[in-house]
Design a protein around this ligand. Structure first.
Ligand code: PMP
Length: 399
C-alpha cells in the first residue's frame, strides 16, 4: 500500500485525514504522511523513500533513532517491569540525575507530554501563591490544551482568561502585563528563546531575562521556563542559566527519553511544598521503560557534551546552506540557534519559495521544514551534514 492509499483509508477513520502538527495538510505537496522505518538520522517513508531528517520527530529524537544503548535499556526495562501498581526505582534514579544536572532543580515530577509539564508548572505556581494569573508570551507555544493553544476551535475564552499575554523580549511589555494583574500574579511563563512557528526566531535578550526574574521576585510569583522544545539542545542545564538567571519551575519533554514518552517538571526548593500538595497524575506517568530510556539518554548527552556537539554540526549546516544560497543567488535568512535552525528566503512572506525548495529537498532525500524550526541531533555527524549539503546544492540549483 502506498502513502496515497493509506491517506485515502485514513480520511475515512481519522478526522481530516490526520490531525495536529504531524498532518501534512499545512505543508506543500510531496511530503510523505506515513513512515515505516527510522534509523540514526534517517527516515524511510511508507513508499520506501529515504530521507536525512532535519526535524527529529519535531524534537524528541536527539541521540539518533534506534540508539542501541538507549533502546536496549528501554527494552530491558519493558521486559522486566514497565507498568504496575507503583513505579520502579528508576523514577528515583531519574529524579536524582535531573536534579544533579539542572542547577535550579531540587525535585522532579514525571508525566508524558510537554503540555502536561507546562500545565503542572501553572498548577504549582498557583498552589503556592493562591493567585490565578500566569503571563504567557503572545504567540508562544506551550502545548495544545485549551489554556495554551487559545483561540483554537473548541476553546472558549474562559479557558485562557487567566493567561494574559506580553511580548517576548520586550521589557516594557512584561513589566506592564505584570502591573495590570498586580495582586493576582501567580507566575510568568517564558520560552527558552522565541521559537514561534512561521516567524524568524529570536534569541533571548539577557536583560529581558533578568527583568523577568526581578518581576517574579518582586511579586513573589514563579518564573516558569518552558524548556520542552529547546531543553538538552541549548544546554544540559535549564536554558536560561546561560543568561545568569535561575528559574523556579521548568518544563521538559520531547527529547529527554530520546523518543520514549516522558516529560518532567523540575522545581526549586521553595516550590516543593506546593508541589507536594498539588494532585497531578496520569495512568501512564509512572511507566518505567521511558525512565530507563531517559537515564541512558542523559548519560549519552553528557558524555557527548550534546549541546556543543549539536551546535558545531548545526553551524556547519548553516554555513554550508548560506554558501549554497549565495552561490545560486538566493537571499536566505537563518535564525535561531544552530542546534534548532529556522531557514527562510528573503521576502518570501507566503513561503512560496521555501515550500518549493523543501519539495526539491525532499526529492533529493532531505527532509526540511519551510516555516518551523528544525532540529539537529548527535546522529547528524559531519559526513551526514556534507552529504545533506551536496543534495541541497542540487535542490537549490533547481529552484
Ligand atoms: N512547549 C513547547 C515549547 C513545545 O515546543 C511543545 C511541543 N511542540 C510543547 C510545550 C508541548 O509539548 P507536547 O506536544 O509534548 O505536549
Amino acid at each position: 500500500m502506498t502513502d496515497e492509499e493509506w491517506r485515502s483509508r485514513a480520511s475515512q477513520v481519522i478526522p481530516g485525514g490526520m490531525y495536529g502538527h504531524m498532518s501534512t495538510r499545512a505543508l506543500p505537496d510531496g511530503y510523505p504522511q506515513f513512515f515505516r522505518a527510522a534509523n540514526g538520522c534517517r527516515l524511510t517513508d511508507v513508499d520506501g523513500n529515504e530521507y536525512i531528517d532535519f526535524m527529529c520527530s519535531y524534537g524528541p529524537m536527539i541521540a539518533g533513532y534506534g540508539h542501541p544503548e538507549i533502546q536496549a535499556a528501554a527494552n530491558q526495562q519493558r521486559h522486566d517491569y514497565d507498568i504496575g501498581n507503583g513505579p520502579s526505582k528508576e523514577i528515583v534514579l531519574l529524579a536524582e540525575a535531573l536534579t544533579d544536572q539542572v542547577s535550579h532543580a531540587e525535585w522532579a515530577i514525571f508525566a508524558k507530554n510537554g503540555n502536561d509539564a507546562t500545565t503542572i508548572c501553572n498548577m504549582i505556581a498557583r498552589a503556592k501563591s493562591g493567585r490565578r494569573k500566569i503571563l504567557v508570551a503572545d504567540g508562544a507555544y506551550h502545548g495544545a490544551q485549551p489554556w495554551a493553544a487559545r483561540r483554537t476551535n473548541g476553546t472558549p475564552e474562559e479557558d485562557y482568561v487567566h493567561f494574559p499575554t506580553y511580548e517576548f523580549n520586550n521589557i516594557a511589555s512584561v513589566v506592564d502585563a505584570a502591573e495590570r494583574v498586580r495582586g493576582d500574579l501567580a507566575g510568568i511563563m517564558v520560552s527558552a528563546f522565541k521559537h514561534d512557528a512561521g516567524q524568524p526566531q529570536a534569541l533571548t535578550d539577557p536583560e529581558f531575562a533578568r527583568v523577568v526574574r526581578k518581576i517574579c521576585d518582586d511579586y513573589d510569583a514563579a518564573l516558569i521556563l518552558d524548556d520542552v522544545r529547546a531543553g538538552m539542545r541549548l544546554s544540559l542545564d535549564a536554558s536560561w542559566t546561560e543568561h545568569g538567571v535561575q528559574v523556579d519551575l521548568s518544563a521538559w519533554g520531547k527529547c529527554i527519553g530520546n523518543g520514549e514518552p516522558i516529560a518532567a517538571v523540575l522545581g526549586s526548593e521553595p516550590w516543593r511544598e506546593a508541589a507536594s500538595r498539588t494532585f497531578v497524575t496520569g495512568s501512564f506517568w509512572y511507566q518505567s521503560a521511558p525512565m530507563a530510556s531517559a537515564l541512558v539518554t542523559l548519560k549519552v548527552l553528557n558524555e557527548a557534551n550534546a549541546p556543543n556537539y549539536i551546535e558545531e554540526v548545526g553551524q556547519h549546516f548553516r554555513d554550508g546552506l548560506a554558501e549554497i544560497a549565495q552561490r545560486h543567488g538566493h537571499g536566505l535568512s537563518q535564525s535561531g540557534p544552530p542546534q534548532m535552525p529556522t531557514v527562510m528566503f528573503d521576502g518570501d512572506t507566503r513561503f512560496e519559495k521555501g515550500n518549493r525548495f523543501c519539495q526539491l529537498a525532499l526529492s533529493q532525500g532531505v527532509y526540511l521544514h519551510p516555516w518551523h524550526n528544525m532540529f539537529l541531533s548527535l546522529a547528524h555527524n559531519e559526513s551526514v551534514i556534507s552529504e545533506s549539503l551536496d543534495r541541497l546544492d542540487k535542490a537549490m540549483g533547481q529552484l
